[in-house]
Design a protein around this ligand. Structure first.
Ligand code: WTA
Length: 574
């Protein structure tokens, strides 16, 4: 257990929507939240309607929905304009025979076209599979194949990593910024958009129909497709209200890419369900760029990640003084443990608290959080959202006493809970084996005041800079390299990135360890999987520890790395 924090950081000096956490927790019922949606009256459900068109129908069409900028573009879009653009893409998809329930993937850098395509696909009832732009061919292929995607929206540069010829179910490759000759399956996105009508009959769906499919990593097997449904909007709306503290007129910046769940739940749904302006900054970030973006767009609410805050802390206390970020009234963090030290630094340098919150791809929305109206214990993830029952349970599902470490569990169901793992019902059931709990795979404890403290992962999933990486995927890629006989991959603690990926590798006969070989192997993973999945460290060993059935014992690798006792080795081969 970590050191006990005795300090409490007081209530944020801002107006807030959730005035009294305890009272809300005691009285809140999700049924109440349903009444905030237009489908409560009309019976017609579509998350994209609620997030975009509804504002137009209710007279807010001229408000700015999206402020996009990168090194070469700077554009603003009102809700009316986003409605028109997404309608156009909905029509384009229908023209090509794409229909409700079909999987439509989006594989491109953040841009206005990405958001228009995303919303357009949702409007016709398709399920969107967003792919992070850093994925290489192997990773793209796995996801398209598993989901049976019928269409993908991408760019001329990224299409090189889309093996359309090998994927019979993939019928259409929409190219944003297409140039020159188009080959089989390729369609000029811009040309189709220009010609399409901006009036669309939205596909009304069931609340339980598929909305978005996010692939994420576990410790075994290939990445799994986590399916979320339209009903998740209830939780996106409420958490954006009480955790992000959003309201119309806010200028909200979520720094996550829509390839990850934070970038859809809170880069799209959270702000737009509230009619707030979403700031999207394309390209890579530097500390200067972060502050310049806050200043330029007069951001009021800022949602980022611990690695980002640690980078900003590393850039020094004075950098922020070059910028006017006085518009910012609320700061939040997610994705990995937020060190108490960073919270204290934020108080000193920004004069504000950084509000940590916890959730996962599988939970679909925020679950545990620090609220503006609640005192913070630096280093704690906070308390469960009203309507969510979180607990620490042992391996039999019994709740354990305060300050005892155990499995972080949530009583199922909740509105944004995943509804299936694509093609893998057994995997889905694994999460819910200890009824009535959803077992998160994280370990934590709850203190006597009800605050939750993250302790680590129970499995071997790696969290590097807030990105979830499965060791199995990296190991599988490593052993494809001709020099690699065996590979075991672990997360190694790192002060900036939380963890880095470290690979232990046994070479095949005839290969000698060298710095060049390390570079070559790292590059091989980078090109085959993704840059963020490539091991930063590679260490050669003659043999790797394995069980008698031949499984690499990552636990032993980890204790080698940390210089800890290796524990029970009774299952290890000689
Ligand atoms: C970790 C991201 C500590 C955790 C939204 C979880 C955290 C995994 C926190 C999910 C936090 C997320 N403190 N750890 N506040 N938030 N995590 O699916 O291990 O990309 O299981 O979802 O990130 O990562 P995912």
């Amino acid at each position: 257990m970590t050191e006990k924090a005795t300090e409490l950081v007081g209530v944020q000096a801002a107006e807030f929507n959730l005035k009294n956490y305890d009272e809300a927790y005691a009285n809140f019922d999700w049924k109440e939240a349903e009444t905030y949606f237009s489908w409560h009256k009309t019976g017609q459900v579509n998350a994209a309607y609620e997030a975009i068109d509804r504002h137009v129908d209710e007279g807010r069409g001229e408000q700015v929905a999206l402020r996009y900028s990168d090194a070469t573009r700077e554009e603003s879009y009102t809700f009316a304009q986003l409605k028109a653009l997404s309608n156009k893409f909905g029509n384009v998809l229908r023209q090509y025979g794409v229909k409700k329930g079909d999987r439509v993937f989006i594989f491109m850098p953040r841009s206005p076209e990405l958001y228009a395509a995303f919303l357009g696909a949702v409007k016709i009832g398709a399920i969107v599979g967003p792919l992070f732009e850093a994925f290489m061919e192997g990773a793209v292929r796995d996801r398209l194949e598993d989901s049976g995607a019928v269409a993908i929206v991408t760019t001329p540069k990224l299409k090189e990593r889309v093996p359309a010829g090998d994927l019979p179910e993939l019928k259409h490759v929409f190219l944003v910024g297409a140039e020159g000759e188009l080959s089989d399956k390729e369609i000029d996105f811009d040309k189709e958009m220009a010609a399409a009508s901006d009036a669309l009959d939205i596909e009304w769906v069931d609340r339980e129909d598929g909305l978005v499919l996010h692939y994420t990593s576990g410790s075994t097997g290939k990445p799994k497709g986590v399916l979320h449904v339209h009903n998740a909007m209830i939780q996106h709306y409420m958490t954006a209200l009480w955790i992000l503290d959003l309201r119309a007129g806010d200028i909200f910046w979520c720094t996550a890419d829509p390839g990850w769940v934070t970038g859809t739940a809170y880069g799209i749904w959270g702000p737009w369900l509230h009619g707030a302006t979403s700031v999207i900054r394309g390209g890579r970030f530097t500390p200067d760029d972060w502050y310049a973006t806050l200043e330029k767009f007069k951001v009021t609410v800022w949602y980022s990640a611990p690695t980002a805050f640690r980078m900003l802390m590393g850039a020094g206390d004075d950098l922020v003084k070059k910028y006017d970020i006085s518009s910012v009234r609320h700061i939040l963090s997610v994705g990995e443990p937020l060190n108490a030290e960073v919270v204290r630094w934020g108080l000193k340098v920004y004069g504000q608290r950084i509000h940590d919150n916890w959730w996962m791809t599988e939970t679909g929305g925020q679950m545990i959080s620090n609220y503006p109206s609640m005192p913070i214990k630096p280093g704690s993830m906070g308390k469960p959202f009203p309507g969510i029952y979180a607990a620490i349970v042992d391996n039999e599902g019994n709740e354990v006493p305060p300050n005892t470490m155990g499995n972080l569990a949530i009583r199922a169901p909740w509105p944004s809970m995943m509804r299936k793992i694509w093609n893998n019902p057994a995997k889905f059931e694994e999460y819910f084996g200890l009824k009535p709990w959803y077992i998160s795979g994280d370990s934590a404890y709850k203190d006597e005041d009800g605050y939750f403290w993250f302790q680590g992962r129970i499995d071997d999933v790696i969290n590097t800079s807030g990105e979830r990486v499965g060791p199995f995927e990296v190991e599988s890629k490593l052993v494809e390299h001709p020099a690699v006989a065996e590979a075991g991959v672990i997360g190694k603690p790192d002060p900036l990135r939380g963890e880095i990926i470290k690979a232990f590798v046994a070479l095949r006969e005839g290969y000698q360890p060298s710095d060049e070989l390390i570079e070559e192997i790292r590059d091989f993973v980078k090109k085959g999987l993704a840059a963020h999945a490539a091991p930063r460290e590679i260490e050669f060993r003659d043999k790797l520890p394995k069980t008698r059935s031949g499984k690499i014992m990552r636990r032993v690798l980890k204790s080698w790395e940390l210089g800890l006792p290796t524990g029970d080795l009774s299952t290890m081969e000689d």
